[in-house]
Structure formats: C-alpha cells, structure tokens
Design a protein around this ligand. Structure first.
Ligand SMILES: Cc1cc2nc3c(=O)[nH]c(=O)nc-3n(C[C@H](O)[C@H](O)[C@H](O)COP(=O)(O)OP(=O)(O)OC[C@H]3O[C@@H](n4cnc5c(N)ncnc54)[C@H](O)[C@@H]3O)c2cc1C
Length: 396
C-alpha cells in the first residue's frame, strides 16, 4: 500500500532532521528516509567534525530539543583570531582579532560536534508521532505529479507527498531526478580534521593560521580541547596523512607555533576532498532543495550548516504564511517564494566564500600581499572590522 505524507524529506542528516522536527511541531505529517541509521546519542562517538553555528540560529536548533542534549560537549566562540605567520620569523606575524564583545554581549557562535548533533536530532525525531521514518533505505526516484509527487524507495515502497524536500547531501538523488545542474568550483584541497588537547587555554577564541595551502584553524571545545580544520593542497595532505601519530603531532605543533602550548592528538585524523558547488535552481515541481543538496562550500568562513539553517528558517516562514493564506502545501507560490528568497543569498555567500578561499589558500605574491594588506587594514580600522563581524553574525 502506498503511504501518504504531507512533506517527504530525502536525507536524515542534520538539515533533514531539523526540518522534520520543526515541521512536525507545526502539525505537519512528515516522511523521512536515510540509508544510514544513527546510533543512540549515548553510544555515538564524538567524531572529528564540528560546526560553528552562529548565535542567531541556535534558537532554531534549540526548538528541536536536540541542542539541550549536546550543549555540554559544545563550546562558545567569543572571538576569532586570524594570523598570517608568513614573515621572516613568527614574531613578524600579522594578527587580527575579531572579538564579539566589540559589537554585542553575546558569543559569536557555538562549536557543536556534528555526529552527536545528528544523533540527538534522530532521537528527537524518532519520538515524534508525526514523523514517519524510512530507516536504512535510500530514496531512489521521484515521479512528479500535479497534486502530489510519488517517491520510490530502494526497498520498493512508494510514498505520496504533497511536496518533497531534498536534504540528501552532495549527491542528491532528488536534485538529479529533477535535472537540476550544479555550478562547481575545484580547489584541489583536502580538509583534515581531528580533536586536540592543549596545555594552554583557548580562551574561547578560534585561531586561524593562513598558510598558502589553506587555513589551519583551531576551534574551541569544552576544557582545554579544540577541533582542528586544516585545509591543505591535496598532494601535501596525502603526504601528511601518511605520517605516524608522533610525526603528525610534531607537524601540528609546528603549524600552530605553540600558540595553545603543547598539542596532543585525542582522535583519529579524518580527511575529505573539498567540494564546492551551488545548484542552478532550488525548486522543481513540488520540490525544494536545501542544505548540501543545494550548496556545498569550502569550510572557510564556517558558512555551510549556517546557510542550511537559514534555508530551513526561510522555508518554515514561507510555509506558515502560505498556509495562513489558505494555499496548499507545495503550491507554486510557495516554491517560487522559496526559490526567490534563497537563490540570491546562496550565490552571494558561495561567491564570497570562493573569493576568500582564493585569497587565503594561495602562494601567489599578489594573494599574499592582498592577505597581509587586508589584515593590516582590519587591524587599523576597527569600524570596518565591526561591520564585517555584523555581516558574519547576521546571515541576513
Ligand atoms: C571540515 C568541515 C568543517 C565544517 N565546519 C562548519 C562550520 O564551522 N560551520 C558550518 O555552518 N558548517 C560547517 N561545515 C559544513 C557542515 O558540516 C555541513 O554543511 C553539514 O554537516 C551538512 O549537513 P547536511 O544535512 O546538509 O548533509 P549531510 O550530513 O551530508 O546529510 C545528508 C544525508 O542524506 C543521506 N542520503 C544520501 N543519499 C540519500 C538517498 N538517496 N536517500 C536518502 N538519504 C540519503 C545521507 O546518508 C546523509 O545522512 C563544515 C564542513 C566540513 C567538511
């Protein structure tokens, strides 16, 4: 028998689950499928990847009930320190500090481990009677219809939905089924991630060293621990990843210039090749794209998941407004508003992140000069720095 839901979500990652819970909160019947089942939160490993979520999106996450469960393993970011260490010696480094206190009493963001966040969201969604879980099976196809779309899962079952949401990540099946192309940028960079402990306090400040291969960023976690996101040209990253633990730790020590004292690896080192693209369109018949099925960016600037939360926030507002006006879920007006509101911001932020990546991850003398010039200007122009912080924190 064909199951019926009002909104079907492909992909139970952080974005898909957040949306599912918030839709169910509005009384909407949701279906969600994902081939990868989450472990219970208590059994979920910390993992090496974290995401700095801007303050303004925390209420949205808190509404899901998941944030309360993992706040004790997350850490506030009060300031960001950017260092260009490329002088003759480290004393000639250029440094700019963006401190939240210069513009607000609040923190900049909260650094949250991704795997536990997904597990906490999963638990919250499992307990919700309005969410139908299609566990350990993939979305395989979508047939577009006038009053509903029919989704076919890998196990052969079918679901009829008034509208569908693509939250199934970079290789989105829904995006491909709708023939929506992507605009790609190739960086030839690899992201290396791990968890470190250190002998000096991070003082809730994230430290970003700008090297020619990409930034080396230490992001605070509770206690004297930080998560590392290190972008490096792939051929060098491959060499570094072949090092044994002791040699890798030595390399990290060198790259961090001892800014957090003695570093110690507290996890494995994970890596993933960087991808960057934006979808050319964000809607099709009774379908919207959001999160990494719509945009996948370099981790520079920590925009990825924040943009996904913005997608969710905008969609929920549009849905509410349209339902209030008596429109049907998935109607043209709803899709058009979402596409209109999100495409511009998505392209703008993707362009900005790409530009930043080009300037930061580059050994060309002109980029080096631009980097140092930029940092000098920021150091000497507090109002410009405050303006940039306001833009970074607002996401509007
Ligand atoms: C090193 C690194 C650091 C980052 N740091 C930050 C940061 O500081 N701040 C920030 O905002 N962002 C950051 N990001 C980005 C952020 O981590 C991602 O945007 C986010 O985790 C992606 O979540 P998602 O739900 O969109 O995608 P995913 O987590 O990829 O979820 C997609 C889900 O879809 C499922 N799926 C796939 N195919 C199918 C199918 N056919 N049917 C059903 N389900 C399917 C998958 O199993 C998966 O569970 C960072 C990214 C990286 C790589």
């Amino acid at each position: 028998m064909r199951r019926q839901v009002e909104i079907f979500i492909s992909g139970a990652g952080v974005a898909g689950l957040t949306l599912a819970i918030l839709l169910a909160d509005k009384g909407i019947k949701v279906g969600i499928a994902d081939p990868v089942k989450a472990l219970p939160l208590a059994k979920t490993p910390h993992g090496t990847r974290t995401a700095a979520i801007q303050n303004r999106f925390l209420p949205l996450l808190r509404q899901t009930g998941a944030l309360d469960e993992i706040e004790d393993i997350s850490a506030p970011l009060q300031a960001i320190r950017i260092i260009d260490p490329e002088g003759q010696n480290f004393r000639e480094k250029l440094e700019a500090v963006f401190d939240a206190q210069e513009i607000t009493n609040e923190k900049l963001s909260l650094n949250i481990p991704i795997q536990p966040l997904r597990a906490a969201l999963y638990e919250a969604a499992l307990n919700n009677a309005l969410i139908d879980f299609f566990d350990e099976t993939k979305t395989q196809n979508i047939t577009f219809g006038e009053s509903a779309n029919i989704v076919t899962l890998e196990d052969g079952s079918e679901i009829a939905a008034s509208m569908c949401v693509s939250a199934d990540g970079v290789n989105s099946v829904f995006r491909k089924s709708a023939n929506i192309g992507i605009k790609t940028k190739n960086y030839n960079q690899t992201a290396m991630t791990c968890i470190l402990s250190h002998t000096k306090s991070h003082q809730n400040m994230s430290t970003e060293f700008h090297y020619p291969g990409g930034p080396f960023t230490l992001v605070p976690l509770p206690g004297d621990k930080s998560s590392l996101v290190w972008l490096e040209r792939t051929k060098f990253a491959e060499t570094y990843l072949s090092y044994n633990r002791t040699d890798f730790e030595k390399l990290l020590q060198e790259k961090s210039h001892g800014i957090l004292g003695q570093l110690k690896l507290e996890s494995s080192v994970d890596s993933l090749p960087l991808r960057s693209f934006t979808a050319k369109e964000l809607t099709a018949n009774r379908l919207i794209l959001l999160a990494e099925s719509a945009h996948c960016l370099s981790p520079i600037g920590a925009q990825g998941l924040n943009m996904s939360l913005k997608d969710i926030e905008v969609f929920l507002q549009i849905l509410e407004k349209n339902l209030y006006l008596g429109q049907n879920i998935g109607c043209m007006a709803m899709l058009a508003s979402y596409g209109h509101e999100r495409i511009h911001d998505t392209k703008l932020r993707a362009g900005a992140v790409h530009g930043l990546n080009q300037i930061v991850s580059n050994s060309l003398p002109v980029s080096k000069a631009a980097r140092r010039f930029g940092l000098n200007i920021l150091k000497s122009t507090p109002r410009l720095k405050q303006k940039i912080m306001n833009i970074g924190m607002s996401s509007d």
